[in-house]
Write a protein of this length. Sequence first.
Length: 465
Amino acid sequence: MSAPMVQPPPALVPSRYLLVGDRAYRDSDGSEAWFGYATRSATLIRLDRAGAHALRSGDPAALAGLGPEERRRLARLHALVDPAEDELAAVTDGLREGSAHGATRSVTIMPTSYCNMACSYCGQEHVKAAHDRQRADRTARRVEAMLADPAVDAVTVTWFGGEPLLALRVIRELSARFTAAAALHGKTYTARMATNGSLLTTRTLAELHDDCALAEMELTIDGPEEVHDRRRLTRNGRGSFRRTVAVLARTLDEGLAPGLRIGIRVNIDRDNEDSVTGLLNDLACLGLAHPQVTLHLIAVHSWGNDVSEVELAARAYAAREADWLRTAEALGLHFGPLPAATVRTTCTATTRSGEIIDTAGRVYSCSEHPLVPGARDSGVVAEVAELAGSARRPAGAFDDWYDQVGDGGAQCSRCPILPVCGGSCPKLWREGHLPCPSVKFNWAQRMDLAVRRRGYTPLDPAAGR
Ligand code: SF4
Ligand code: SF4
């Protein structure tokens, strides 16, 4: 009897989720190095010249020439894959799985829908409303029920607005209940906040960090003092740049909130693009080149409002951003050149483990619905009073996002960045806007920054700029 035929292992092919750089570098020993970035593992991969060529060309002979050990390493990092694998299905299945995960719950709470600023590009409608104790209590009971649920390990609350610091008293009261419930049930509770920063004091920051479990805060600074104060005008006509930056610098310098991660968001459009470099210099000079601070440069885009006059074209923005990031790096400001993790779920709108509760106790799946004129009523998925205990919210308008991407018809279905992007914003796609993050267009320059950070020197310093 003849022995059964053993099928040879399939020849692996480069992943559709692999980006290969076209620059050569030297390491500290003088050896030549090339790089790829596998988005399925969010990993920057060192290659040699032959490896870079094989992965870029997909030439079977070149791939075979890499040797079994190297092929195994690249397969572990999802840079090489079995040609029979449906990679889009694997990525969208992973996103569906991450979105279905119910052990980590995320609740965005709007303690107020009013804002003390009137920024030119903001698409929100801000209204003053008296604080309603009963409604706040219902919201608190919902979060407490999540913390008491044996199937839940961790709850994150994001304080959002309007400007949440206008309702500091509500934040204090609810935080006391959430931290007590977390301690009682042995769960992890953390808070985040998106604020315009104008009402911050060092005392408030330390209190939010120490007593309200605030772990992360994102605030927006749109330019050097005169630009920021013109664009982000408080309703009382006073600028906020100087005060906000001084509070942050003192908090960092004196170690008043040691575990707090601070994100500085810069909204960039035609109006302020020429002042970004000045802002970066100011931030560094004023003490914000600090490990607790991360810089987020963001292109202004529509949130349902018309920003076509000032919006920068995606590629033009990405090209300028690459220069700003090089400046930021030289100044010692902190930022992530390439995404360091794959996306578990795109946003609150794509996971029923995430929800937004407004001041009236209405529950939404998408954070842009509560305050955007015309979108509010269509975005309500429930009333908080109707939801039983910790039950996950009903499906919203974008919970089918991965079906749309998985079907193959969306631009995201064909995009090599999908595992680290998730499709960015289903709402904007559906409204006909392009929400792609800049990394889609400037990944090569970002890869260059990441590689230099690891101590490699380009063989041709001028190339690739
Ligand atoms: S769909 Fe867009 S606007 Fe809505 S929560 Fe997601 S990222 Fe935000
Ligand atoms: S949003 Fe843009 S960058 Fe992100 S996956 Fe979709 S096409 Fe790619």
